[in-house]
Design a protein around this ligand. Structure first.
Ligand SMILES: NC(=O)c1ccc[n+]([C@@H]2O[C@H](COP(=O)([O-])OP(=O)(O)OC[C@H]3O[C@@H](n4cnc5c(N)ncnc54)[C@H](OP(=O)(O)O)[C@@H]3O)[C@@H](O)[C@H]2O)c1
Length: 245
């Protein structure tokens, strides 16, 4: 695998993204983390204090010009990118389709699908040129089977599985890998805001999911490009290969 990997993680200020950043820093990597706001930076930096190995940037992943500039900047600083993890996500509130506003629907699609599309679009040429790299798209169980009153979120997360599969099919040969990770509920702010603290405390930890992702990247769980993995109730419950043509 990679020695001292250069890792980009969107949504690295808290939740699963922060757990992943911590794991990579411990493994000797340099993490360029992004978030939409600075509101969780102080607590993130308390958890990972090495500012050279964990750098936080403000980036709205739904804006193409900003994403393009950000990727060029990392290439300038490090000369390479080894891992991209599209972890930033947005869920909003519970609403049946007929009560969902167009604005909320579009925000779900923008953060959960358009953002990862833009990040992949600008990282793909880097991976293709180096003939290596890992692209990990964080979808959800809601990206495998739709959740009622989370129609917009489910649609975005299903779309992310399709985006991963398309990237894998367009880049055969196994030089770099693009996979989807579909976690079930995790005990993070997103879950607390949606279903309350008691429910969140019953969910698996983001630390567990982060550990499984490290096992994939370091080859202890074998996955090919285009595959997806379901991590639910503290277990790997399915690994699905890339469907054929
Ligand atoms: N929690 C669950 O139960 C669960 C289950 C399955 C899948 N997932 C997925 O797992 C991933 C991580 O979830 P989580 O629970 O750790 O999330 P979280 O705690 O809510 O954190 C979300 C992160 O995304 C960032 N973000 C939001 N909108 C953004 C934008 N437009 N541009 C850039 N960054 C943006 C946030 O930045 P700020 O701090 O600035 O807001 C934050 O860092 C998400 O993709 C989520 O959909 C979560």
């Amino acid at each position: 695998m990679f020695m001292n990997p250069v890792v980009i993680i969107t949504g690295a200020s808290r939740g699963l993204g922060l757990c992943l950043a911590e794991r990579f820093v411990k493994a000797g990597g340099v993490v360029f983390g992004t978030s939409l706001t600075r509101k969780s930076w102080e607590s993130a930096r308390k958890r990972i204090s090495d500012r050279k190995k964990f750098r936080l940037f403000l980036l709205d992943i739904t804006r193409e010009a900003g994403v393009k500039r950000f990727i060029s900047k990392i290439r300038r600083i490090c000369g390479r990118i080894d891992v991209l993890i599209n972890c930033a996500g947005y869920v909003g509130r519970l609403a049946p389709i007929e009560d969902e506003s167009l604005r909320e629907f579009e925000k779900n699609i923008a953060v959960n699908l358009t953002g990862p599309f833009l990040m992949c679009k600008y990282v793909l040429p880097v991976f293709r040129a180096r003939k290596k790299g890992w692209m990990i798209n964080i979808s959800s169980m809601a990206g495998k089977r739709a959740v009622p009153r989370l129609g917009a979120y489910s649609a975005g997360k299903f779309g992310l599985v399709a985006l991963t599969q398309a990237i894998a099919k367009e880049n055969p040969g196994g030089q770099f890998k693009c996979i989807t990770v579909c976690p079930g509920g995790m005990n993070t702010e997103m879950r607390v805001n949606l279903f309350g603290r008691k429910d969140a405390e019953r969910q698996q930890t983001p630390e567990f999911v982060a550990e499984k992702i490290m096992e994939i990247i370091y080859g202890r769980i074998e996955m090919e490009s285009g595959w997806d993995i379901v991590i639910r109730h503290g277990k790997v419950t399915a690994i699905n290969p890339l469907p054929g043509a």
